[in-house]
Design a protein. Structure first.
Length: 217
């Protein structure tokens, strides 16, 4: 099984699929394609006509899009453990993952993921602050509800946590203050061994995508 990803420093969608595979120790190899270069589209096109990463190749099957990859991995390799066990919590977790997958446009645009950067400062628009507040309230509520079952949004580690993992990197980069519960959750994500590995590898990258270097001093 091979996962095709982009630059670890910048590719938030790549992180989501990579984290689920890594956290659950599903064997895979990875191939990194450098983004925002003249030949990027052609390189990705060798693996996926949609022209985006990540892409998963597994025994002749091609799966693209982070959420689709996570769903597939959960079904085929994790006996469904990528989602919470109960019907109600699975529905909640899928709602969270879908909201992250299809929303928070201002967060994506104004605060791009840049793992190796810190102390970046930007002027927050009302729309961006609304995205931040929504995530803070969501994390806070879920952590209060599920704290007794473990440190993750639904107690045990799930696809929902993978979907929000890049947000933890974003909040760290741009110094976003959160509620106590949300801050503790963000720390849990950042301290996850596989998140630390991703960060270490991102810091070793030398490529710079200028458009993603927002808030530089």
């Amino acid at each position: 099984m091979k996962l095709i990803i982009g630059n670890k420093n910048y590719s938030s969608w790549s992180l989501r699929a990579w984290l689920l595979l890594s956290a659950y120790e599903v064997p895979f190899t990875e191939e990194r394609i450098l983004l925002s270069l003249p030949g990027t589209a052609a390189e990705i096109g060798k693996y996926n006509e949609a022209g985006k990463v990540p892409v998963l190749h597994d025994d002749g099957l091609i799966i693209w899009d982070s959420l689709a990859i996570c769903e597939y991995v959960s079904e085929r390799y994790l006996d469904g453990k990528g989602w919470p066990a109960s019907l109600e919590k699975r529905a909640q977790a899928r709602s969270c993952a879908a909201e992250m997958h299809s929303g928070f446009f201002h967060l994506r645009e104004d605060m791009p993921m840049n793992c190796r950067a810190d102390e970046r400062h930007i002027e927050r628009s009302a729309a961006l602050q609304k995205d931040i507040d929504r995530i803070d309230n969501l994390w806070q509520g879920l952590r209060k509800e599920n704290a007794a079952e473990g440190p993750w949004l639904f107690g045990t580690f799930s696809i929902a946590d993978c979907m929000f993992a890049p947000v933890a990197f974003r909040f760290a980069t741009y110094g976003v203050e959160l509620s106590e519960e949300s801050q503790e959750y963000a720390k849990s994500l950042l301290n996850h061994p596989e998140m630390q590995l991703w960060l270490s590898q991102a810091r070793q990258e030398t490529e710079v995508i200028e458009a993603e270097e927002v808030g530089r001093k």
